[in-house]
Design a protein around this ligand. Structure first.
Ligand SMILES: C[S@@+](CC[C@H](N)C(=O)[O-])C[C@H]1O[C@@H](n2cnc3c(N)ncnc32)[C@H](O)[C@@H]1O
Length: 308
């Protein structure tokens, strides 16, 4: 496995949330390099099972090595959230005792300039988590319209979204070779604190290339499936767009009434199908952030299935 490392974030909090036990079946929707998966398998020894998916085949082959000692207790599949139904059917799993989604990208993806996620070093315009199936950023920029690109930037709160979109398209279609670094130079928003002006722009482009909003919605829409009653769900988000979507959906499933405030009696039929384990998102402890600065923006939300 060489020097490739991804430190799993908020591991102790995730284990407390899921309380893996022998005989349980756990679903890791973002298995990555297998950091959380390993800990779930250890905590559910000797008979707990883990089904892990990831859309990145390179991550999966490293996770296969990492988790090989668990033998048939770990099953891994190349798939994305929107394909979960097929994966569960193929694995013969109808419901699970716990489910984890550790959203976003791993260090394996972020730290390899060839994958094009970072502007710290020049790399190709790629950003695909799944290079086997999706179109790269460069390909998307050749065909996308100005409106769609401006919307993608605006959705991630990139300042001056439309102007920046026009500059990106002009640059990407100029015929010259363009690297991630070149693209980053187009972002001219004022630097806020330690954040580079291109940070939000790169986040927006990554969300676009990987259809991250659509994928997350595909997962959230089907909840509380495939949890069985009493099973826990843990979702770690690293940016506000995702955390907001998770928070809203969990509150809705926790039975929040959607009726206008002046209606004397509830008419929307809101029914609690999940219980929020804590009202607020959990944050990593200061010592974890000190040891792993990438954990600093993590927010963990935990809910328990009441009735499927
Ligand atoms: C933060 S990493 C997970 C790291 C992992 N928990 C560990 O301990 O190694 C996120 C992973 O989720 C994957 N991913 C992101 N969105 C996905 C989706 N919609 N479907 C499947 N995998 C996804 C990425 O490819 C990446 O490997």
């Amino acid at each position: 496995m060489g020097s490739i490392r991804h430190r799993p974030v908020m591991v102790n909090e995730v284990l407390t949330a899921l309380s893996p036990r022998p005989g349980g079946v756990y679903l890791d929707l973002t298995v990555g390099l297998g950091g959380h998966a390993r800990r779930i398998l250890e905590a559910s020894a000797p008979t707990g099972r883990l089904l892990g998916i990831d859309r990145d085949t390179r991550a999966l082959s490293l996770a296969r090595e990492t988790l090989s000692e668990f033998g048939s207790r770990a099953t891994l599949a190349h798939a994305r959230f929107s394909e979960l139904e097929r994966v569960l059917a193929e694995a013969g799993v109808e419901a699970v005792d716990g489910m984890l989604a550790d959203l976003g990208v791993s260090s394996l993806q972020l730290d390899n300039p060839e994958r094009g996620f970072s502007f710290q070093q020049p790399g190709p315009l790629d950003m695909r988590m799944d290079p086997d199936r999706d179109a790269s950023l460069g390909e998307r920029l050749r065909s996308i319209g100005l409106d769609e690109l401006a919307r993608a930037l605006g959705q991630a709160d990139v300042p001056g979204a439309r102007r920046l979109a026009a500059r990106i398209l002009e640059r990407a279609r100029s015929g010259a070779a363009v690297t991630t670094r070149d693209l980053a130079e187009l972002a001219t928003a004022p630097r806020t604190g330690a954040t580079h002006p291109a940070t939000r722009m790169f986040l927006a482009l990554r969300i676009l290339v990987n259809a991250e909003v659509e994928e997350l919605q595909a997962l959230l829409r089907r909840l509380p499936w495939p949890l069985r009653p009493g099973a826990r769900l843990a979702i770690i988000s690293f940016q506000s767009l995702e955390d907001r979507a998770v928070k809203e959906r969990l509150r809705e499933l926790a039975g929040r009434c959607r009726c206008p405030a002046d209606l004397p009696r509830c008419a929307c039929g809101a029914r609690a199908r999940l219980r929020l384990v804590s009202r607020r998102a959990l944050r990593p402890a200061a010592d974890e952030v000190a040891a792993n600065p990438r954990a600093r923006s993590a927010r963990l939300r935990v809910a328990e299935c009441l009735a499927a």
